[in-house]
Design a protein around this ligand. Structure first.
Ligand SMILES: Nc1ncnc2c1ncn2[C@@H]1O[C@H](COP(=O)(O)OP(=O)(O)OP(=O)(O)O)[C@@H](O)[C@H]1O
Ligand SMILES: Nc1ncnc2c1ncn2[C@@H]1O[C@H](COP(=O)(O)OP(=O)(O)OP(=O)(O)O)[C@@H](O)[C@H]1O
Ligand SMILES: [Mg+2]
Ligand SMILES: [Mg+2]
Lengths: 227, 227
């Protein structure tokens, strides 16, 4: 489903070059759920944003369902993202002047359904993440973990084939976090392919595979893997 | 050191009223380090922001070192915050157009030292949190966990007597998170009073006491406390 070949990414920052990814190759089959772990700064968010068509690699390629993501034009890449990907960002990226419900309705804009139907779909996903009474609030009227759950609802509302999630339980208490992981597991059993960055080793038991990043590369050090 | 009496907080949100805190009383002695846990939405950030002089309670009072925080004028309250508190926000709140170093220098503005001395102080704190090579970057040129560590550095740079931290290791991998907790523990041993919201039970072993919030109140349910 997803094929990454020799991905590198260098960020230029004041005359200095940061090698965020130093050659990453990885294949993910349809229906897999992969946890990505690794130290702060090891390149996890960079990997996810490249996979999500949001960040062109310095070299290497990404294919999703046979589509060479960075061979597409900017507009075609936006269409591709809308059709294939749900994305939970590390800092949520909610639109501050839209309510929770309106934020979750955003991915439904190109779908041929009535506004009322879209509100019902978005509303039911918000219920699934435990935000039933809070749909009409603005992001700054919600707690950190509530904002995170709005971001999760938005990522899954149009049932994309692939979910890319950057620490989706980082702001949640254990109980609420487990509920979200159980939800992801159910969606995965229904066919959703999941790639999820997480710092919480407890989350890996909901996933079919765990990979570890270290200094911009996939870590194949057995000792590290067993830690 | 810190005395909270009967704190309540109601947020008005479209004709609806949200009871975020329903009567919280708590005393914290100088030199204690208290972990605050509880479900998403239970009122932890609200409690911290009220304690930090940033959010007037609907009723009740907060005394820090004998000072009635909300009896002060807005300006005196700003002085009080600068002098007494280090605050790590749940969403970091870094100034986007200032570098990591400049962000960390902000609490030093009222201190009578040369600019060069202030840069050295801020620089050494950034080293302590592992960001030695990254001081001149802007926040958007840093990873999530690196931004979090800039926020932590900024909160401790002028050695305040009280540190209020809202999930300061939420975006960090286990190893980096443990380094930060060990740093807080050392600062606590040197006299820093700490109140820290955390979702990670692992962090409580670095703290002298753990309290649990539930639906806007302190939970005294033995079953919950032993979970
Ligand atoms: N400005 C606001 N207007 C209305 N309700 C609010 C506002 N800010 C917070 N709330 C509500 O107050 C309650 C407590 O929020 P708070 O941010 O203190 O929770 P929290 O314990 O920090 O949660 P989390 O673990 O998710 O960060 C929540 O139900 C939240 O929805
Ligand atoms: N725009 C940028 N300019 C310069 N360097 C950057 C930029 N964005 C990220 N970096 C650097 O690239 C490296 C990888 O960053 P990335 O955000 O992928 O890490 P991460 O594994 O997600 O970390 P975390 O767990 O802290 O979120 C880091 O060293 C970071 O400082
Ligand atoms: Mg990241
Ligand atoms: Mg909070």
């Amino acid at each position: 489903m997803i094929a990454m070949k020799n991905l590198t990414k260098a960020y230029k920052s004041m005359g200095d070059e940061v090698q965020a990814l130093r050659g990453v190759s990885l294949n993910i089959d349809k229906g897999e759920s992969v946890a990505v772990m690794g130290q702060s700064g090891s390149g996890k968010s960079t990997l996810l944003s490249i996979l999500g068509g949001l960040n062109p690699p310095t070299s290497g390629s990404v294919e999703v369902d046979g589509i060479d993501v960075y061979a597409l034009s900017q507009e075609k890449r936006a269409d591709f993202r809308r059709e294939y990907l749900g994305f939970v960002f590390q800092q949520f990226q909610l639109i501050p002047y839209l309510t929770a419900l309106e934020n979750v309705m955003l991915p439904l804009t190109t779908i041929k359904k009535s506004n009322r139907e879209k509100r019902e779909i978005a509303g039911s996903v918000l219920c699934r993440v435990g935000l039933a009474g809070k749909m009409n609030r603005l992001p700054n009227q919600l707690s950190g973990g509530e904002q995170e759950r709005v971001a999760i609802a938005r990522a899954i509302v149009n049932e994309p084939p692939v979910l890319l999630a950057d620490e989706p339980t980082g702001s949640l208490d254990t109980k609420t976090g487990d509920e979200i992981m159980a939800l992801f597991q159910r969606l995965n059993q229904d066919g959703l392919t999941v790639l999820m960055v997480t710092h919480n080793p407890e989350n890996t038991r909901y996933m079919s595979r765990t990979i570890i990043m270290k200094d911009g590369q996939l870590c194949t050090d057995k000792a590290e893997l067993l830690q």
